[in-house]
Ligand binder design. Structure first.
Ligand code: NAD
Length: 365
């Protein structure tokens, strides 16, 4: 087994409001943060959704007398052009703060906008770890998918539309000041997206649990996250209006985010980013498709950890040899993915063998 680190630092999300109905508090929080003119970052679908997350945020901001303007041009796997368009509106409208409303794409785009406003226009130069010299404008995040946890993480994942490369700006300065996880805002997430985002959260837990950078806190978070996802993801996919399942998936996603924010991720994410950048494929699907293969390759380095995962997912490993128990853990992960309807191989997301060498090189970077 890889030795647990004795000394570690642990980054916390600053303030997270969690639970059904917490979105009502956003106007009051905007006032407390002295937000006078907010750039609301979202996509056009969410902006127009009747009684959806954006309309509810608007109602709370209006009640608190907080002014706002929209940038609703975020694309999935957000592109540099989205960041630059949002930053232009922020500047032209003399905004002083940002609120992101959506899933990982929207939060990452909002972070990207904040980054270019205070750290320089060429965001590609800031790819890497702790590259940001200046704080972002005040940023709050209203999360609407149970998957990425970008509302609390230090990562901003962006795509260079010219090279089709995803890159990540990782900095403690990226962590939103306040975030909201209100499961009532997630009830209408479509089935396929529920499955994909839930598998992304599961992958965050698994990669954190086997990471060399794990610590006792991330272990506890990853373990609980895996248990919750094993128990509730199928239910949330089967019935999106199952509030108990949605609440527990939101909780699992939050735990997973805290875990990987500190323990870091592994080859599943390194490779998933290549598929997402190259084919504009949904991130959670990329992770889910790759996870069993990558973890079968990984398992020899950490068999006890995968045996633990089997137990977290309710498997009985009594009397099994070490590698049999390990395989049971990975098979259990694979079964969840199949049960929620994730494709079984990367062909289904358009992967073409001619791109493999390039993507492999980029993943290793
Ligand atoms: P997403 O943000 O791309 O959203 C996908 C679609 O779902 C959008 O079209 C959106 O309109 C719709 N949607 C969102 N919320 C909805 C709701 N409540 N009801 C109905 N429709 C809704 O999906 P995602 O999986 O949340 O984010 C993926 C992105 O996040 C990828 O770019 C990925 O690389 C990134 N990511 C970031 C981090 C991080 O820490 N920053 C971690 C993992 C992944």
């Amino acid at each position: 087994m890889i030795a647990m680190k004795n000394n570690f630092d642990f980054m916390m999300p600053s303030v997270n409001f969690f639970g059904p109905g917490v979105i009502e508090k956003i106007g009051e929080r905007a006032q407390l943060l002295n937000m006078k003119k907010v750039l609301l970052v979202t996509d056009s679908f969410l902006r127009n959704l009747e009684n959806g997350p954006v309309k509810q945020t608007e109602a709370s901001l209006k009640a608190a007398g907080v002014e706002y303007v929209f940038f609703d041009g975020v694309e999935p796997n957000p592109k540099i052009r989205n960041v630059m368009d949002g930053a232009a509106i922020y500047r032209d409208s003399l905004c002083d703060s940002i609120i992101t409303i959506g899933g990982g794409s929207v939060h990452d785009c909002g972070k990207g906008i904040g980054i270019v406003l205070t750290n320089g226009d060429d965001v590609t130069k800031l790819a890497g770890i702790e590259t940001l010299k200046n704080p972002l404008p005040p940023l709050m995040a209203v999360n609407t998918t149970a998957g990425t946890a970008s509302e609390i993480t230090r990562h901003a994942v962006l795509t260079n539309e010219e090279t089709h490369l995803k890159f990540v700006v990782v900095s403690w300065r990226n962590v939103p000041l306040v975030s909201f996880n209100d499961p009532l805002l997630m009830l209408d997430v479509p089935t396929k997206l529920t499955a994909a985002t839930g598998m992304d959260a599961l992958c965050h837990c698994v990669e954190s649990y086997v990471s060399e950078n794990r610590n006792p806190i991330t272990d506890a978070q990853a373990e609980k996250g895996i248990k919750l996802i094993g128990q509730y993801l199928r239910r949330a996919v089967a019935n999106g209006h199952d509030l108990e399942a949605r609440t527990n998936m939101a909780y699992a996603s939050l735990l997973a985010g805290m875990a990987f924010n500190n323990a870091d991720l592994g080859y599943v994410h390194a490779m998933a980013h290549q598929l997402g950048g190259q084919y504009d494929a949904p991130h959670g699907v990329c992770c889910a498709v790759l996870m069993p293969t990558v973890e079968r390759w990984n398992m020899i380095a950490s068999p006890e950890r995968f045996a633990d995962i089997a137990v977290f997912l309710g498997e009985n490993i009594e009397g099994l040899g070490k590698m049999e128990a390990t395989e049971k853990g990975i098979a259990a992960l694979e079964r969840i993915s199949e049960d929620v309807g994730i494709p079984v191989n990367i062909k289904a997301i358009g992967a073409n063998p001619k791109d493999f060498d390039l993507m492999a090189d980029n993943a290793l970077k």
